[in-house]
Design a protein around this ligand. Sequence first.
Ligand code: PLP
Length: 437
Amino acid sequence: MFSLTKLPRPFLDRGEGIYFFDESGKRYIDGSSGAMVSNIGHSNPRVLAKMKAQMDRSTFGYRLHFRTHASEDLATKIAEMMPEGLDRVFFVSGGSEAVESCIKLARQYALAKGEPDRWKVISRFPSYHGSTLGTLALTGYDPLARPFDPMLQDMPKIAAPRTYLDRDNLTEEERGLKYAELLRDKILEEGPESVAAFIMEPVGGASTGALVAPDSYFKRIREICDEFGILLIFDEVMTGAGRTGKFVASEHYDVIPDIVAMSKGLAAGYAPLGAMVAKGEIVEVVEAHGGFLHGYTYSGNPLACAAGLAVLEEMEEQGIIENAAKMGEILKARLMALMTRYPFIGDVRGKGLLLAFELTQDREEMAPLPKAWNAYLELVELAYERGLIIYSRRTRGGSEGDHFLICPPLIVTEAQIDEIMAILTAALDAFAANHDL
Ligand code: PLP
């Protein structure tokens, strides 16, 4: 097998709640829920029991031959939990496939409406939408995208609203509107008749480090899409299934997108599962013109769907989304307090338990730390050695800041936040000592 990591990593023995144990018995706090996946923690007994029950009946049934209760029940549950109108669900196996599905639905919708020239999907920079060639064309993250130049067909991009880097006299509200206008300008530059959709992560993921846009941004983006008959796609692969303290992040902003991509927290790491959720009125138009030309062998896999349903039931019964909102406030306040102790923490941001901090040489200008330090790798290792897993990237474009995602499972308690903070502080102390900061 290709090596999945360049780093020396122990063999995993087991996971329990927010913890992992390696084969030597060492315990790690899963401070990033893997890659922002394990929303309800590890080895949840209810989910395991429901998966075992499904395994005893069947682990596979091809969608053209059978319907399964697991997939139908999960689709119904998702539609109930989604904002009004987002009620048609199409299952896939992961986030990249979910985004691919959104692109293809948007393009088939344009075709069905007799607008074959609408094929472009505008996206943002920085952004991350997946690792397939189609989703890489949308992704605004050069280290992953540029090696594949010439891209199959790169897509137009606008700047994501990284307002924490702006040094102007505008209010946050005005900045939100300023960044939203970039979409309008880009649509006019490309030609509105050539644009099928605009895609964005409602709260940024790994590429931006939990970027939160001003509230004003969302309403204006929706208006601009409507003005030109362009579909609004929210990539909620990371933000969906409760991560930000709501079932989907769009609920924070009172804006309803036309199509949503979900994955990660949906089956919370218990099985590979993703979903595209679309407005019925869009799917009906496509269905009236021959149907959605898309599908994977594993679409609607009953074992994955049984896991997803058990995860959502557990979330509802245990109040896990509410816990994410509450613990998110506490953890964010604790991270912000670190700024007093460590002047090299330049920004803390995020929503719910999708939280991040970014390092800087000086907070005023947000100048990044020297690139050669590779701070984004070093701090992760310092935390890992001490038994805390966190996730990092170096933001590209505009600023090369090192940022770190702190995103524990949504079941985290206040006492466990204390444990996270104790190890994180020890790792930051070691980092400061290594660099005389
Ligand atoms: N979209 C977003 C916002 C993501 O964060 C990711 C993964 O990190 C993806 C899409 C791709 O998902 P996957 O890795 O499951 O294909």
